[in-house]
Design a protein around this ligand. Structure first.
Ligand code: FAD
Ligand code: SF4
Length: 470
C-alpha cells in the first residue's frame, strides 16, 4: 500500500470489513463483519483528509478525536490510538459496532461528496479490539484514590461510562444491576449478530481491573432500598434505561402469538447464554410466518432474530416510507439481504384471530406534512385495507420511561413524558432535583442510542466529581 499519498482517497475507495454472506449468517447468532487486517485498517484510515474543521468530530455525540486516531492507525500506533480514543469514549469497541454511523460521524465526512466516507466506525472497533488483544489496558498508574463513595444504578452504557470516568478520577464506584451480567441493552437487548456477548465480558474484566465493583443480580427497590443506597453513598447515578412497552392500541394485541419486542429479544439472548430458567420463558418462531410491526433498530433486530430462529418468512410493516425510517440504514440493508420483506407505508389497525394470531389488518398511508420533530406524518389512505396472513406478530413500537417508585419520595422530578429531568448545563452536569442524585442515558433522553448514553454517563460523572469537589 502507498501510505505516503495525501490523496489516498482517490486511489483507494471506501472498503468496509468483509461481511459474511447472508445465507451463512442467518444460520448463527454471531457478528457478521470480520476485523480489518492491519494493512486494510491503515489504508482505510489514510483516506482521511484531515479537514481543518472536522465535521465528523462535531457530529459524533462524544466528539471523538477522529482524524487524530485515524492518523495513529496509519502509523501503526494502535496503543496510542486506543489511549486517545478512550479519552472521549468509554465503550469505543461497542460504538464502532452499533452506532448508526451513516447519520452520525460518517454521515458528515467530507468524502461523502462522491468518494465514500472514511469507515470511521469499523476503524474505531479495530483500534480497541486490537489494543486489547495486544494486552493494552487503561493506564491507572497516576490515579490518586479518594475515600468518596458513589453508587451507580444500571450497568448499561450510561452507568458503565459514568463508572469509567469516576474510577479514572480516583472514585471507586459500585455498580448495581438487576441482571446477572453487565451491559444493559448491550447484553440483554441488542442481538449477537450486531454485538457478540464476549465483547461486554471483556469490558467487564477491564473495568474490574481498573477498580470498578459490580454487584449484579441486585434490583434496587427490591433487594436493596434506594434510601439505603442514598444514605450509604456521597452521590448516586441513575442510568436505568426505559423499559415500559408501548402498545399499539388496536384490537387483537392480547392474542396468543403476539409478542412484545424486547421480551422476545431478551428471552432469546438468555436462551443463547444459557440463563433461561424454564422452557416457557423462551419463544422460538421456527417454521412460522412472522410479521414485525415497527421500523426502528428494535424492529430490525426482531426481524433478523426470527430469521435466525428458522422462521418461514418475515415481513416488516412500517407506517412511513423507507426514507423516514428512524434506525440505521446499514441494518435495514443487512435485514433485506438476509430475506426480510418490507412493507412501507402500512399502518396496522387490528391483529386478527380467534385465540391465536391468524393475520394482521393493515391500511396504506402516504407521507404528509412534517410533525414537531421534523419527520413527515403518515396519513391514512381511505379504503386501503389489506390482510396479511401470519402465525406470529412482534410489536416493536418503542419504549416509554419505566415507572420508578422512589422518585416522589426523594424529590426527583420527571417531565410530562416521565423522563428524569437532569439538565446538561445545570449547576452540576446531569444533577437531578435531588442534589445527591444524578441521571443520564435513556431514562433522561427517552429511548435513544448507545453513544448518547455514553456521553451522558461520562458528563454526569464530571458533574458528580465537581459536586464532590474531587
Ligand atoms: P440500558 O442499556 O437500558 O441499561 C439500563 C440498566 O439499568 C439495565 O441493565 C437494567 O437492568 C438496569 N436497571 C434498571 N432498573 C434497575 C433497578 N431498579 N435495579 C438495578 N438495575 C436496574 N442503540 C444504538 O446506538 N445502536 C443500536 O444498534 C441499537 N440497537 C438497539 C436494539 C434494541 C433491541 C434496543 C432495545 C435498543 C437499541 N439501541 C441501539 C438503543 C440503546 O441500546 C440504548 O439507547 C442504550 O442501551 C441506553 O443505555 P442506558 O444505559 O441508558 O440504559
Ligand atoms: Fe462515530 Fe459513534 Fe464512533 Fe462517534 S462513537 S466516531 S458517532 S462510531
Amino acid at each position: 500500500q502507498q501510505l505516503s499519498n495525501d490523496f489516498q482517497f482517490i486511489d483507494v475507495g471506501r472498503r468496509d470489513p468483509e461481511k459474511k454472506e447472508a445465507h451463512l449468517r442467518v444460520r448463527e447468532f454471531a457478528e457478521i463483519y470480520a476485523e480489518y487486517r492491519p494493512s486494510e485498517a491503515a489504508s482505510q484510515a489514510h483516506r482521511c483528509l484531515h479537514c481543518g474543521n472536522p465535521y465528523c468530530e462535531w457530529k459524533c455525540p462524544v466528539h471523538n478525536y477522529i482524524p487524530n486516531w485515524l492518523k495513529l492507525v496509519t502509523e501503526g500506533n494502535i496503543l496510542e490510538a486506543a489511549e486517545l480514543s478512550h479519552r472521549t469514549n468509554s465503550l469505543p469497541e461497542v460504538c464502532g459496532r452499533v452506532c448508526p454511523q451513516d447519520r452520525l460521524c460518517e454521515g458528515d465526512c467530507t468524502l461523502n461528496d462522491g468518494f465514500g466516507a472514511v469507515t470511521i466506525g469499523s476503524i474505531e472497533k479495530y483500534i480497541t479490539d486490537t489494543a486489547f488483544a495486544m494486552g493494552w489496558r487503561p493506564d491507572m498508574t497516576g490515579v490518586e484514590w479518594t475515600d468518596k463513595r458513589v453508587a451507580v444504578i444500571g450497568a448499561g452504557p450510561a452507568g458503565l461510562a459514568c463508572a469509567d470516568v469516576l474510577v479514572r478520577n480516583g472514585v471507586r464506584p459500585v455498580v448495581y444491576d438487576r441482571y446477572p451480567e453487565i451491559g444493559g441493552l448491550l447484553t440483554f437487548g441488542i442481538p449477537e449478530f450486531k454485538l457478540e456477548k464476549n465483547v461486554m465480558k471483556r469490558r467487564r474484566s477491564v473495568l474490574e481491573e481498573m477498580g470498578v465493583e459490580f454487584r449484579l443480580g441486585m434490583d434496587i427497590g427490591r433487594d436493596l432500598s434506594f434510601e439505603e443506597l442514598l444514605e450509604g453513598h456521597d452521590a448516586v447515578f441513575m442510568g436505568m434505561g426505559t423499559y415500559k412497552y408501548m402498545e399499539g392500541g388496536f384490537p387483537g394485541e392480547q392474542l396468543d402469538g403476539v409478542h412484545k419486542a424486547l421480551d422476545y429479544l431478551i428471552a432469546n439472548v438468555n436462551h443463547n447464554l444459557g440463563f433461561t430458567a424454564s422452557p416457557s420463558d423462551f419463544t422460538s418462531l421456527e417454521g412460522q410466518r412472522v410479521v414485525v410491526l415497527g421500523g426502528g433498530d428494535t424492529a430490525m433486530d426482531c426481524n433478523r432474530t426470527a430469521l435466525r430462529q428458522g422462521a418461514d418468512e418475515v415481513t416488516c410493516a412500517y407506517r412511513r416510507d423507507e426514507a423516514n425510517m428512524p434506525g440505521s440504514k446499514r441494518e435495514v440493508k443487512n435485514a433485506r439481504e438476509e430475506g426480510v420483506e418490507f412493507l412501507f407505508n402500512r399502518q396496522p389497525v387490528a391483529i386478527l384471530g380467534e385465540e391465536r394470531v391468524e393475520g394482521v389488518k393493515l391500511v396504506r398511508t402516504r407521507m404528509g406534512e412534517p410533525d414537531e420533530a421534523g419527520r413527515q406524518r403518515a396519513e391514512v389512505v381511505p379504503d386501503s385495507e389489506e390482510i396479511i396472513e401470519c402465525d406470529a406478530v412482534i410489536i416493536a413500537f418503542g419504549f416509554q420511561p419505566s415507572e420508578i417508585a422512589w422518585l416522589d419520595t426523594h424529590r426527583i422530578e420527571a417531565d410530562e413524558r416521565g423522563r428524569i429531568m437532569a439538565p446538561e448545563h445545570g449547576s452540576f452536569a446531569f444533577q437531578t432535583s435531588n442534589e445527591k442524585v444524578f441521571a443520564g442515558g435513556d431514562m433522561v433522553r427517552g429511548s435513544d442510542l448507545v453513544v448518547t448514553a455514553v456521553f451522558e454517563g461520562r458528563s454526569a460523572a464530571e458533574g458528580i466529581l465537581d459536586y464532590l469537589g474531587v
